[in-house]
Design a protein around this ligand. Structure first.
Ligand SMILES: CC(C)(COP(=O)(O)OP(=O)(O)OC[C@H]1O[C@@H](n2cnc3c(N)ncnc32)[C@H](O)[C@@H]1OP(=O)(O)O)[C@@H](O)C(=O)NCCC(=O)NCCS
Length: 184
């Protein structure tokens, strides 16, 4: 187990998770505001999880985590906290994708808060960023509830057009100092 929250366990992925991730990514409701044009098939999901497994070799803190509901053992989706390829190693990005049956119960906020705490408590993090479409109200709300602040809105040119993408993307940030101040 990587992390435990009030209602969830965040654990490492294994190749046994291909089916649940495939089901998650096959849900059109989930893809509405995250569609990237990648095919949703078993090979793609297997490659993706293989990439996620690589993080467990490289870091004790950063990576992709399967979220499981404590009471039921149900797979709820995933969270990530890891530096994107072009970012400094101490500036990870937070992300999340949950099964639609779990939405609206505070799970994304609960997991995000736990990962933000873990990131800063590790001493390996100077700031955490998160990005989403400007029109993605639910994701922006999660970032706000997790203590992040809106830093900028910027135009994007994604290859796949989504309804509302003309409003651009937003970046949210929390620095180590802001995190410490929030706990004082
Ligand atoms: C975005 C997502 C992670 C949110 O997960 P969640 O567990 O439902 O989030 P939470 O319950 O912690 O918080 C959601 C907040 O958004 C609010 N919200 C949701 N939909 C909303 C809408 N259409 N308009 C306004 N507020 C909305 C909720 O009311 C809640 O805020 P509140 O606690 O102040 O009432 C989830 O919907 C998801 O996985 N979507 C598919 C993948 C995705 O879009 N990932 C994010 C990519 S950046």
């Amino acid at each position: 187990m990587f992390l435990e929250t009030e209602r969830m366990v965040l654990r490492r992925f294994t190749m046994a998770d291909v089916d649940v991730v495939l089901a998650l990514d096959s849900d059109p409701a989930v893809r509405t505001l995250v569609e990237d044009g990648e095919p949703v098939d078993r090979d793609t999901v297997t490659d993706m999880i293989g990439h996620w497994l690589g993080w467990y070799q490289r870091s004790e803190v950063f990576g992709f985590w399967a979220a499981v509901e404590k009471g039921t053992g149900q797979f709820l989706g995933w969270f990530h906290l890891r530096p994107p390829p072009d970012a400094p190693p101490d500036q990870p990005e937070l992300g999340y994708r949950l099964v639609s049956s779990a939405w609206g119960r505070g799970y994304a906020t609960e997991g995000s808060r736990a990962l933000i705490d873990k990131g800063f408590e590790s001493g390996q993090t100077s700031r955490i960023v998160a990005e989403t479409m400007a029109v993605h109200v639910a994701s922006r709300r999660v970032m706000e509830k997790a203590g992040m602040r809106h830093k900028r809105t910027y135009p994007t040119q994604w290859p796949v057009r989504l309804p509302g993408d003309e409003a651009g993307d937003v970046e949210y940030v929390i620095t180590q100092g802001e995190w410490e101040a929030g706990r004082a």
